[in-house]
Design a protein around this ligand. Structure first.
Ligand code: PLP
Length: 354
């Protein structure tokens, strides 16, 4: 096989790791993709209906993107010249990789597998530095690898483990990597205690990636954004990003929900409380280990209880992310924090297997 022929390239790509979309199960309690169901359906439907009435989809979106930048900047507490957006943070990651990805990237693992898959698609070698058993960072090993890379990815809070590394740890890392591009993926930061959004506007080489898919309940609208210094953002908006990356309808929905950011913040508070409640209940169950989470999901090591829990969840129509063995931990489960009712059903189901 000629590796450079089209056929050879397709065969190489077909062997790469890829994201497998979860199966749609009608009527299921969906706790597998870290969406926000604490924002109720009626509220989101109202915002969407209002957006649909406002927009004229015969027109390309001209000024709506600028309006969104201003709203996102206000929410993130940065200057609007420091914000750019895309069709989900997935698309922003993709653009950054295709533009700046070069030979080698460093990530810690386990982490968001999409990033690793996309690097591999672009022929970027990914050095994976294992997190410690408690999911803290092995600073020395990570830095050693990062210094040999052109690109460094830090998921904060991390998916699937849920924890956020200490602010000083990340800042110290960034300071030691001045000439490498550092991507801080803050998809779940709205549920955490700190964001580096403001800090990175003063840095030359660091980008924060954020999204409206999680806390803001807009996974289906596909709106992600990035925060960086003004110079970087200017080039991204004008040259790297395509002219119309987000549909007029999604832009209007995003603006509508950002106008109601206070309501979203209340649901974030509810989710944080629920996270503590669910973790507390699970921690009482013999044989389960629940890890500290700064996100809207929990990482659980179920060990021998993995199969019975899996069966019980399936028969009760509850979908979670069954991860299997992860980094030396046996029978791992990632479960999204949903509404109180959803969480109770999940808890009853797990408790019923004990
Ligand atoms: C860590 C992380 N980054 C980015 C994304 C992608 O988010 P978006 O819906 O904005 O593309 C996800 C989605 O699961 C995620 O977990």
């Amino acid at each position: 096989m000629n590796k450079n022929s089209l056929d050879g390239k397709i065969k190489r790509i077909a062997k790469l790791g890829r994201y497998t979309k979860p199966e749609k199960v009608e009527g299921a309690i969906k706790l597998d993709s870290n969406e926000n169901f604490a924002l109720d359906r009626e509220f989101i439907a109202g915002v969407t209906a209002e957006a649909a009435r406002q927009v004229d989809v015969r027109e390309y979106p001209l000024d709506q993107l600028e309006q969104l930048y201003a709203q996102l900047a206000k929410y993130a507490g940065v200057n609007e010249k420091c914000v750019a957006a895309g069709s989900g943070s997935d698309q922003v990651i993709e653009l950054l990789l295709s533009t700046f990805g070069s030979k080698r990237a460093t990530v810690f693992t386990p982490t968001f597998s999409y990033f690793i898959n996309r690097c591999e698609l672009h022929g970027i070698r990914v050095d994976q530095v294992p997190l410690k058993r408690d999911f803290d960072l092995d600073n020395k090993a990570f830095l050693k690898s990062a210094k040999k890379s052109d690109l460094v990815y830090i998921c904060s809070p991390n998916n699937p483990t849920g924890n956020q590394l200490g602010r000083h740890t990340v800042i110290d890392l960034i300071n030691s990597l001045e000439d490498r591009l550092v991507l801080i993926d803050e998809a779940y930061v709205d549920f955490a205690d700190y964001s580096l959004s403001k800090d990175v506007t003063k840095m030359d080489n660091v980008i924060v990636l954020r999204t409206l898919s999680k806390a803001f309940g807009l996974a289906g609208a596909r709106v992600g954004y990035m925060v960086a210094n003004e110079k970087f953002i200017r080039v991204f908006r004008s040259t790297i990003q395509s002219p119309y990356p987000i549909s007029t309808l999604s832009l209007a929905i995003a603006s509508g929900i950002l106008e109601r950011a206070d309501h979203v913040k209340n649901t974030i508070e509810t989710i944080r409380k629920e996270r503590a409640r669910v973790a507390g209940r699970l921690a009482k169950i013999d044989g389960l280990q629940v890890f500290k989470s700064d996100a809207n999901f929990l990482f659980i090591e179920a060990g021998k209880k993995y199969q019975p829990i899996s069966k019980a969840l399936v028969s009760n129509g509850i979908i979670v992310k069954m991860l299997g063995n992860v980094a030396g931990h046996k029978g791992c489960i990632r479960v999204t924090i949903g509404t109180k009712e959803m969480n109770d059903k999940f808890l009853q189901c797990v408790e019923g297997t004990m």
